[in-house]
Design a protein around this ligand. Structure first.
Ligand SMILES: [Zn+2]
Length: 276
């Protein structure tokens, strides 16, 4: 159902909703299109009731229509994709023919590879661990990585230097959240390179400040996503620029939530979806 003041939406329409519930709409951040930075924001399931429910009331300004050709399962991926799209495409920005290294081989990293490829990067390298060799390295390659680098078996700094003829990367995106990987990632950048920080380390990271000054590195810190990032992701999915087939097949009914959570925790599936 729609409230009496709702415009542009009608009952029965398929939509997804940004999670910036209770963003105020009048603070500096909201007015500049950064509702995810609003101090009043409450996300469903985080300091307010969640969305594991048949019905949920959402403000119309948080909605995006799901294109007709898109499945609900594909639309579920817009939120996690949006986090990477906002950080990498909105904040850092990828220029045509750049070399990009993605640190980490998790679900968001495997989406990021595809987005960076769609944005015009010439070469994408993905780093991971021994545990990624079983399945995820192959997916990274399938999604557009020119090389996958095992941080537990290889000297990543040397490999990236070799792969770029000593030049280094234009952009490094951290999706590992591992302090050691972050520090190593900074060494992969060329002078004037950009570093996108998305992964969240549990421990403090001590940066080689002076070294970063002389390398003139730009650090872009980021969390969550804005309206435009969601629109970009909807467009990327709709035109088939990202392949979500590996992310949308683990679907469980809500009654099986315990199993779904166990599968999600195991890391066997890239994403787990609950159907209500
Ligand atoms: Zn606000």
């Amino acid at each position: 159902a729609c409230g009496s003041s709702v415009r542009n939406y009608r009952p029965g329409q398929r939509v997804i909703a940004e999670q910036h519930f209770e963003s105020c709409g009048v603070c500096e951040f909201c007015l500049q299109g950064n509702r995810h930075w609003c101090s009043q924001k409450r996300s469903p399931g985080y300091r307010s009731d969640g969305a594991f429910a048949e019905f949920i009331a959402v403000r119309q300004d948080l909605l995006h229509e799901i294109p007709a050709a898109m499945t609900f399962e594909q639309a579920c991926l817009v939120e996690p994709m949006g986090v990477a799209a906002y950080a990498i495409l909105e904040k850092t920005g990828i220029n045509p023919e750049e070399t990009v290294v993605i640190l980490g081989c998790g679900p968001i990293a495997l989406l990021a590879v595809q987005m960076v490829r769609a944005a015009g990067a010439a070469r994408i390298f993905v780093t991971g661990l021994d545990s990624d060799t079983r399945k995820r390295f192959a997916l990274a390659r399938r999604f557009g990585a020119a090389a996958v680098l095992n941080a537990q078996q290889e000297n990543i700094v040397q490999r990236v230097s070799d792969l770029t003829a000593g030049r280094g990367a234009d952009v490094v995106v951290d999706l590992s959240g591992a302090p050691a990987a972050i520090l190593q990632g900074l060494q992969l950048l060329k002078r004037g390179g950009r570093f996108t920080a998305i992964g969240m380390p549990h421990d403090p990271v001590t940066l080689p400040w002076t070294e970063l000054i002389f390398k003139a590195i730009r650090l872009d810190f980021s969390f969550s996503a804005n309206y435009r990032s969601w629109q970009r992701c909807l467009s990327l999915i709709e035109r088939g620029a990202v392949d979500l087939s590996e992310f949308t097949h683990a679907v469980y009914p809500l009654e099986d939530w315990e199993k779904a959570f166990a599968v999600a925790k195991s890391g066997e599936e890239l994403k787990v979806i609950l159907r209500i």
